[in-house]
Design a protein around this ligand. Structure first.
Ligand SMILES: CC(C)(COP(=O)(O)OP(=O)(O)OC[C@H]1O[C@@H](n2cnc3c(N)ncnc32)[C@H](O)[C@@H]1OP(=O)(O)O)[C@@H](O)C(=O)NCCC(=O)NCCS
Length: 149
């Protein structure tokens, strides 16, 4: 598995993956919306590949939380490649890239997204608190923080 910087050519493939996944589909993020988000976000994108095919990606922003630290906005692994360490490898890569931006990395997971919450907690993120109705009424999001050693 190889991790490389993403570029505009990756956007259609990444948008297809985003639109197929529950956390975003629940917010009405379809293929067109996903393409719009990826095209307009200021975050860096990193893509995990196996045999030349995208199997997952992560997006991050150095000062995404201002002086408090960095923000990881999106992370996803294709269904068939889950539980093979790809999410962890993308996180490891992200934390290395983000180290110069300060000691804290933050991310947000929907509290009902048990896989994502279990994943970030297994990676050492601590839940700061719950932000009720953050994007939409009825959708509570957990804010997580990890201090990079
Ligand atoms: C969350 C996600 C990125 C994890 O990716 P992954 O490549 O499957 O994760 P890894 O294989 O690196 O898992 C590392 C550890 O995280 C934990 N973990 C991962 N998925 C889990 C699950 N479904 N249930 C419980 N623990 C889980 C485990 O401790 C796992 O170690 P183990 O497999 O040795 O037990 C993936 O499930 C995904 O793409 N989900 C849909 C998109 C999403 O929800 N993104 C996050 C939005 S904030």
């Amino acid at each position: 598995m190889k991790i490389r910087k993403g570029n505009r050519k990756d956007i259609p493939v990444l948008a297809k993956l985003i639109a197929s996944l529950e956390p975003w589909a629940a917010y009405g993020v379809n293929y067109e919306r996903a393409k719009y988000i990826l095209t307009n976000m200021r975050d860096q994108i990193y893509v995990a590949e196996q045999e030349g095919k995208m199997v997952g990606f992560i997006t991050l922003r150095g000062y995404g939380m201002g002086e408090f630290g960095a923000y990881i906005r999106m992370l996803a692994v294709k269904e068939a490649y889950k539980r093979q360490g790809i999410g962890k490898a993308l996180m490891n890569y992200a934390c290395k890239v983000l180290k110069p931006y300060g000691r804290n990395v933050f991310c947000v997971c929907n509290v009902k997204n048990q896989a994502a919450c279990a994943f970030v907690e297994s990676y050492g993120f601590l839940r700061v608190g719950i932000m009720e109705d953050l994007y939409q009424k009825g959708y509570d999001e957990a804010l997580y923080r990890k201090t990079i050693p």
